[in-house]
Design a binder for this molecule. Structure first.
Ligand code: PLP
Length: 366
């Protein structure tokens, strides 16, 4: 058997004719950027997460850097983010000239909210809450801290479309929720796409103007903006995806449950879900302290693909050398980078494939 870590074709096949019908409809419509499909998608996505507004953008990274730009957070400011975040989270901060300040993760692979206060300085302006792997951060604690210290909160929901913290969908707690629709994400487009959600009319308006060269009325430019427009084809296809999101998340939950009930190997630590959260399982990430690479090699030899999210933490990457951080500065983050492994997880995964993965993991010994 040959099992890929993610298999986008399988998800496509589940509803292929619906995507194909929509694609032809948009192509024949003759309007390709910022049109009715985008308008409808923005309305439907806002509804899906329970936010007042949604603005479609070109990518998740755009959503992040534009958020800090629009919140006026840049040179001389600090933004708190978890140490084991994806590099895009950190770039969203640093592209504006602001300094990322890393906080260690907790046992749920997300920012340890109990360590945030110690990282706050007079320069701190915001917390970037990254809901990594489809888990949810402790948004109650994070919002409490933000209120006490008067900080902005941006949520990175690129890996958590539709999951909830205490019944409320992530992305709606802070000032802005950022989403990516990169094809491999829980709600994936067929190319690059992203959006923000917010309950502030003022912020919504700022994003609309900023994404289109700072222009509200053609050829009248109010601010130095950018080009980050969602196209009609992606928006139309995302509208189709959105009608199946609950079904997709439920299926991923069933795969996670199968792994949880059947993986029995003392070397493998299964993911824990934070009490009060639900999980959309963007990734099913296990920890294998000491033997992660050996397990990955062994699974590969048996036709099972896995991925590491992420092997090099941002503070140790070449790109962030200038921050002056070194190995040992974030011990838990660095430990996680050496032991995490993402098991195959995708919509359309068969029972036989799940059983094959479990059987091989259980057989692994050192
Ligand atoms: C994918 C991802 C992004 C970036 O999204 P793009 O659409 O690829 O720019 C940002 N943050 C997280 C956590 C991601 O997983």
């Amino acid at each position: 058997m040959n099992i890929m870590p993610n298999n986008l074709k399988r998800q496509y096949d589940l509803h292929a004719s619906e995507y194909e019908k929509k694609a032809i409809e948009v192509l024949r419509g003759g309007w390709y950027i910022l049109g009715n499909e985008v308008k409808k998608f923005e309305k439907e996505f806002a509804q899906y997460v329970g936010a007042k507004y949604c603005v479609g953008l070109a990518s998740g990274l755009d959503a992040l850097w534009m958020s800090f730009r629009i919140l006026n957070i840049g040179e001389g400011d600090e933004v708190i983010v978890c140490g084991n975040a994806y590099i895009a989270c950190v770039m969203g901060i640093s592209m504006n000239g602001a300094t990322p300040v890393f906080v260690e993760p907790d046992e749920y692979d997300n920012i340890n909210a109990d360590l945030i206060e110690a990282a706050i300085t007079p320069k701190t302006k915001a917390i970037l809450a990254v809901h990594l792997y489809g888990q949810s951060c402790d948004m109650t604690k994070i919002m409490d801290i933000a209120h006490i210290y008067n900080l902005k909160v941006v949520e990175d929901c690129a890996q958590s479309h539709g999951n909830k913290w205490k019944g409320q969908t992530v992305g709606t707690f802070g000032d802005i929720g950022c989403f990516s629709f990169y094809p491999s994400k829980g709600c994936g487009a067929f190319g690059d796409a992203g959006c923000i959600v917010t309950n502030s009319a003022e912020l919504e308006d700022a994003f609309r103007v900023y994404r289109n060269y700072g222009s509200r009325v053609r050829y009248q430019n109010e601010v130095v903006g950018t080009n980050s427009r969602l196209d009609e084809l992606q928006a139309g296809l995302l509208r189709v995806k959105l009608t199946h999101m609950d079904e997709f998340n439920q299926e991923r939950n069933r795969i996670a449950e199968f792994y949880y009930n059947n993986i029995k190997n003392p070397l493998v630590q299964l993911p824990k879900i934070r009490p009060g959260a639900d999980c959309s399982w963007h990734q099913y990430v296990v920890h294998i302290p000491g033997y992660r690479d050996r397990m990955a090699d062994y699974l590969k030899e048996n036709g099972i693909g896995t991925i590491i999210h992420y092997p090099i933490p941002p503070h140790l990457s070449e790109a962030y050398k200038y921050l002056g951080l070194k190995e040992g500065d974030l011990p838990l983050t660095e430990k996680y980078a050496k032991e995490v492994l993402s098991l195959p997880m995708y919509n359309g995964m068969t029972r036989e494939e799940m059983e094959y993965v479990v059987e091989h993991i259980n057989k692994f010994t050192v």
